[in-house]
Design a protein. Sequence first.
Lengths: 220, 221
Amino acid sequence: MIDIAADLIGEDLACRRGECRVFAGLSFSLPPGGALVLTGANGSGKTSLLRLLAGLISPAAGRLVWGSAPIEHDPATHRARLHYVGHQDGVKPDLTPRETLAFWAALRGFRTPRLDEALGAFALAPVADWPCRWLSAGQRRRLALARLCATAAPLWLLDEPISALDQDNQTRLEEVIVAHRADGGRVVVATHMPIEIAAAARLVLDDFAPTDEDATVGGG
Amino acid sequence: MTAFIAVFGRDLRLALRHGGDTGLVLGFFVLAVVLFPLGVGPEPGVLQRIGAGIVWVAALLAALLSLDRLFQADYQDGGLDLLALSDLSLELTVVAKCAAHWTASGLPLTVISPVLAFAVDLEPEAIPVLMLSLLIGTPALSLLGSVGAALSLGARRQGALLSLLILPLYIPPLVFGAGAVETSLTGSGAHAHLLILGALSLISVALCPWASAAALRQALE
């Protein structure tokens, strides 16, 4: 069902939030095993582009294609092949990390997720059965990232994944990403902090800011 | 199906854990009903006549009390993104969340209503009809409420806005719910009222998830 070998291609994408144009004329291609690092000033549209790639918002212009199939034709299939870790963690204070991970996996239709492996990958095993309200910001962040390991998905969309992470855990994340790419997975990371991702394509979103002329035409 | 059960189970667990929403809803329901005898005085005739209406009004205010949290918490902590990206369509996610909301509010309200029927001096033979009307009618309260909860997401005074949006929609269940108990007492039979109440709940199941899901998509933009 999921065509792993296909490229994820963005063609001439533009994004608009309300009356404002965030970026325009953005194109990229992401092959299996590829990585894309999004950088740019605050407000340049990193999060918007990730949400657009996740299908949470639709592009104002251009299109997003998986292999040869535009993702808007089959949003359910696209949802099934991605992990989106937004800058908010979505962690409920009253649930434990283990319950939270199991819930996230069940949301994606997985009944037997790799919970222990995922908790171990981000060193969360000691706090696995605590209520999440006792966790620090960094631990919550790691819990959100642990869902990458609990169930498989060929496309990871990570928004500022290393904020609140210490050096050890940043290394853990980098290792997880390396393993994911070695398996043919692809990853898109939006960040303003240095993260070690080998052979990653870079996209500086400031370069795609709409010009004044565009803005006048588009913003009307 | 896995995802549906997961959403239902998690919401129910959150509502019940640490004396959360369910305790609050029940406490409000009991207090609101008990205030009426204190307010209108002890003459039995008066209370008996308005008793069913009191219980129903208190029940829908209690249901309303917990509705603002239906999507708000997920909206604020980013969980709504994950629900939108799940295996389950947003419409079915709404149904799962409403089912959990009903199990944690409407169902307990129904179960303790006989106790409160005594507080408002309702005739004992009307109690089964009261319970039945609440059992049939409270699902409509959760489902109609979900539309308001989704529409008012992100508003600054969500609770107040939610009440303004939802209370008018609660008029039909209130009229036919309280009406069912009254007609059973006058001897003309509650059958017709209960059927209409059931129809209201069924219409809500059919329509409200679409409206709520559309409002949630708007909130996600």
